[in-house]
Structure formats: C-alpha cells, structure tokens
Write a protein that binds this ligand. Structure first.
Ligand SMILES: C[S@@+](CC[C@H](N)C(=O)[O-])C[C@H]1O[C@@H](n2cnc3c(N)ncnc32)[C@H](O)[C@@H]1O
Length: 326
C-alpha cells in the first residue's frame, strides 16, 4: 500500500485501487475527512466534550474495576485517534498524563497534533496500523480507542497487539463502537429522516429558506456511500467480550450507552445535514444538545433493565495478565 500524503486529494487511480484495498480506502476516506471532522461531529476540547469523554471512559473502565488501580494513567496510547477527541479530552479531564496518538491516516495524526498544540499539550503522534503497532512490548499503562475497531479488518489481531504493547497489569479501554442492533435502527432512522427532510424542504414555499444546495446533498450522499466501505463491523457486546478474551485479556468488561438518545440523536443529526445551514440557529443547537443529554440520563437508568445489545454504543475493557511464575 502506498500511503498518500496528509490532506492530499485522492487521485482517480487511488480511488480505483481503494475498492480492492480496504486499508487504502480507510486512509483516503479519513485523510479526506480530517480537515472537517471536528466540525462534522461537533468535536471540541472544552467542558462539554471533556465531560462526555470522561463519562464514556469511566463507564467502560468501571464495568471491570481493578482494585488498587491508580488514576491518572501514565503512558497512554490511543489507536485510531482521529483528531484526538478521546485522548486529548481525557487529558483535559486529568485522567491520563503522557499521550501518544496513532492513526492509519496521516491527515488525522496531523490534525490531532494541531489540536494538541492549540491546547498547549506536548504529545507524540505516529502513523500506525492497529493490527501491527510500531511500539515496544510492555510499554504502555493504558491503551484507548474510540470509534475505531469497527474499521479494523481483524479485531482480535488488533487486540493481541494492544495486549503486547501494554505492560502486565495494564489495561485497554475501547469505547464508542456500534452495536449490531443499534447500527440497524440508526441506519433506518437516518435514511427515513433524510428522505423526508430532503423532499419536504424542496416544496416551493419552503425551499428558499430550508433546502440545501443539490451539490451539497450529492456530496453527503457520496460520503455516506464511502462510509459504508470503511465501516467494517458492528458488535454484539457478549461476542466482543469473547474476542477480547480470545486475544488474551483478563478481567474483561463491557458497557453500553445511548438507547433513547440514539433514537432521537440520529434523526436530529441527519436532519441537520439535510437542510440549509442558515435555517437552523442557536436555539435549534441548544434544543438538540439538551434533548440528547436529557435522554442520555434516562438511558443510564434504563441500563439496569434493558439488555446491552439493544443500546447503540458498546465499549470493552480488559487487562493484560501478569506472567505466571514457573
Ligand atoms: C471514526 S474515526 C474515529 C476517530 C477518533 N477516535 C474519534 O473518536 O473521533 C476512525 C479512525 O480510525 C482510523 N483507522 C481506521 N483503520 C485503522 C487501523 N487499521 N489502524 C489504525 N487506525 C485506523 C481512521 O483513520 C480514523 O481516524
């Protein structure tokens, strides 16, 4: 695989080859996404996202408590770090110290470095495939990942690599992965919202204010088609725990989140893509965020009674065993 340069537009030849080379497709798609990724996913490095990331991380961590574990974690690696949403916000939350970000996409590593610089953090960044990490054995206290393993062809191989680079007793926390059932309802809700919103906003008496330019709609449709190429897996929480155990982890735990919040969140997000930017203002943004946070609280209560597989997001944690004395 030849790696395109960060931020470079993919040539027609690259795109042609990407159909037969999923890793190249991942690099091209995520390099292209890197410039606008934070805006697309409303990513920020402030109280709002720090609190989302802290809660998400602790929820997965606490699904398998380890007595005497010391926080903050010292040397920390993030896989598929993107623009640094997870590890930079974990650092802002005071949960991690020495951050190393890695990603298959050079454009994403560059974006994460830029975000870290803006925050005044010194971090290490490296282009790396999670299936073959360029780090020494036993060299990290914690490995984290967020919304990444569903892009990796061999998840068990990646988890074996994670365990290799962790010190004995070190742990991994991977969060924000789509469940199989969650992905199914999110996709259907998204499609329905897109169809209704794009048709209704084309009605003559609404179009001037609400309709998005056709070129922008076409670009969103193309992005959705590409997303289908790079999104490789969805997970059943119990099966994901089994994969982590087969890779060699002990003390494996899983945690899930977003049920009602996903039922509201996907239509809201799709609606935002489907209509003109100028049609939605600050009041809409406040309404959308408040709705999502309120439903997230309801979801936390539902966690005790609804089986994990029905939630939208799953996270998994595990610990690298100490070598057994001979
Ligand atoms: C959906 S983005 C998530 C980014 C970031 N973790 C976040 O939550 O915002 C998935 C990231 O995984 C990266 N990725 C895909 N396949 C990978 C692989 N085999 N090894 C490492 N990173 C990979 C992509 O380049 C992309 O940056």
């Amino acid at each position: 695989m030849t790696e395109p340069q960060a931020g470079a537009a993919a040539s027609a030849q690259d795109v042609e080859r990407a159909w037969g080379d999923n890793k190249l497709a991942q690099v091209l798609y995520h390099d292209w996404e890197a410039q606008t990724y934070d805006e697309k996913w409303s990513i920020s490095f402030d109280d709002r996202c720090t609190s989302i990331v802290r809660d998400r991380f602790l929820r997965v961590l606490e699904s398998s408590p380890v007595p005497g574990e010391s926080v903050p974690f010292g040397r920390v690696l993030e896989l598929g770090a993107g623009t640094g949403f997870f590890s930079l916000n974990l650092k802002l939350a005071g949960l991690v110290e020495d951050v190393h970000v890695s990603d298959l996409s050079p454009g994403m590593v560059e974006a994460a470095r830029t975000n870290a610089e803006r925050l005044g953090f010194t971090i290490e960044g490296q282009v790396a495939d999670a299936e073959s990490l360029p780090y020494d054995d036993d060299s990290f206290d914690l490995v984290v990942g967020h919304a990444v393993i569903h892009h990796i062809p061999d998840v068990e191989a990646a988890l074996r690599e994670v365990l290799r680079v962790l010190r004995p007793g070190g742990r991994f926390v991977i969060a924000g992965e789509p469940t199989t059932i969650g992905h199914w309802y999110a996709r259907h809700l998204g499609r329905l919202t897109w169809e209704v919103a794009t048709r209704v906003t084309r009605l003559p008496f609404l179009a001037t204010k609400w309709a998005r330019e056709q070129a922008e709609l076409d670009e969103s449709s193309r992005a959705a088609a590409l997303e289908a190429v790079v999104d490789l897996h969805t997970f059943d929480p119990a099966e994901l725990a089994g994969t982590a155990r087969r890779a060699g982890a002990e003390r494996v735990g899983t945690a899930t989140e977003e049920l009602l919040s996903a039922f509201a969140g996907w239509p809201i997000r799709t609606f935002e893509y489907a209509v003109a930017d100028s049609a939605l203002g600050f009041r809409w943004a406040t309404f959308a965020y408040r709705t999502w946070t309120t439903l997230m609280r309801v979801d936390s209560a539902l966690d005790a009674v609804v089986p994990q597989k029905f939630f939208y997001n799953v996270g998994v944690t595990g610990v690298k065993p100490h070598p057994t004395p001979r």
